[in-house]
Ligand binder design. Structure first.
Ligand code: SF4
Length: 332
């Protein structure tokens, strides 16, 4: 399978008044052509910083980003800002949680779609307008011929998100990064937006990185899931394995805290108690230790590595997966 993105030992540090926040701490993952990979975790786990780093959207300074991000075989971290501008317009698209903050309120939706087409694809404005109408139709906006001249404030929340998708996909990028694309929307519209994304992915062959705090959104839409906690990947694998056979207590906690289709009627939702650690001084051992009800003594001072567990490509970073776990392990 063709790999279009390969991230190795990605680290992002932010200098703040109290020290250095280690927002992303050695993240590795890849994305294949045409697949959807979800990055899941609570807010502050580093998932959005990781996503934004892929497009070099994190201002440096104050951030220092190291490691390697290879996109279609080329290193992203050494590209000039001008080269990045072209890559962002043509090769990578991004959609955000709140389209109102990323759509330009002073430009018609059509203009916002055609801008990239004219600039990056050299299309005539006539051809770009035809493509804009086509894109609005593809994302399910009714009467696209008249809607194309309207402004963002004339669209509902769900329609704005559809328009955002149209803008991001107009140049047919190889990779779309969707950062909490449905969080601000009600459940029905959420499902509609996810199905628009899925349809378009099938039609255009786009790879998608879906960033979300909600494992519920992931079940039907992602091929693989990466679970992040305190700036690190703590579990990753095929979506089926993550849902059926989670190997990290944090993943199990996330699954217990969101409604699922296979949930029994009397099964309650249980939040994960406590708060993530301070990433200015991350703990020496497992970062989840203070919140984990399965913690053992070994967890306090020893950070578990990500190791293969049951399931193809399934990995988890938890001492419970150590061959000797359960044989004399003591509670922390
Ligand atoms: Fe819990 Fe220990 Fe596993 Fe961390 S390593 S998740 S503290 S059992």
């Amino acid at each position: 399978m063709e790999r279009i993105l390969e991230v190795k030992d990605l680290r992002v540090n932010f200098k703040v008044r109290g020290g250095i926040v280690q927002a992303v701490r050695g993240v590795n993952f890849h994305v294949n052509k045409g697949e959807t990979v979800a990055i899941v975790g609570e807010s502050g786990c580093g998932k959005s910083v990781t996503a934004q780093s892929l497009m070099r959207l994190i201002p440096s300074p104050p951030a220092v980003t190291t490691g390697s991000i290879r996109f279609k075989g080329e290193e992203i971290l050494t590209k000039s800002l001008r080269q990045m501008e072209t890559i962002r317009g043509k090769e990578m698209g991004m959609i955000f949680q709140d389209p109102m903050t990323s759509l330009n309120p002073t430009l018609s939706i059509g203009k916002q779609i055609t801008e990239g087409l004219v600039k990056h694809q050299g299309m005539s404005s006539e051809a770009a307008k035809t493509r804009a109408v086509e894109m609005l139709k593809l994302v399910g906006i009714p009467n696209p011929e008249s809607r194309v001249s309207q402004y963002p404030h004339e669209f509902s929340g769900g329609m704005r998100q559809r328009a955002m998708i149209a803008i991001a996909l107009a140049c047919n990028p190889s990779l779309l990064i969707a950062d909490e694309p449905t969080t601000a929307l009600d459940v029905t519209v959420q499902a509609q937006i996810m199905s628009v994304l899925k349809d378009l992915q099938t039609k255009l062959g786009t790879s998608i990185i879906l960033i979300t705090h909600d494992l519920g959104v992931v079940a039907d839409s992602a091929d693989r899931v990466i679970v992040m906690y305190a700036g690190k990947v703590v579990e990753s694998g095929k979506t089926r394995d993550i849902f059926k056979n989670p190997k990290h207590p944090y993943t199990r906690g996330l699954l217990r805290s969101v409604p699922r289709l296979d949930q029994k009627k009397d099964e309650p939702l249980i939040p994960i108690f406590g708060t993530p650690p301070d990433l200015i001084k991350p703990p020496a051992g497992c970062a989840f230790c203070a919140r984990c009800d399965e913690a053992m003594r070994v967890c306090v001072n020893n950070d578990p590595a990500l190791v293969p567990v049951e399931g193809e490509g399934h990995t988890a970073a938890c001492w419970l997966n150590h061959p000797l776990a359960g044989e004399g392990g003591e509670s922390a």
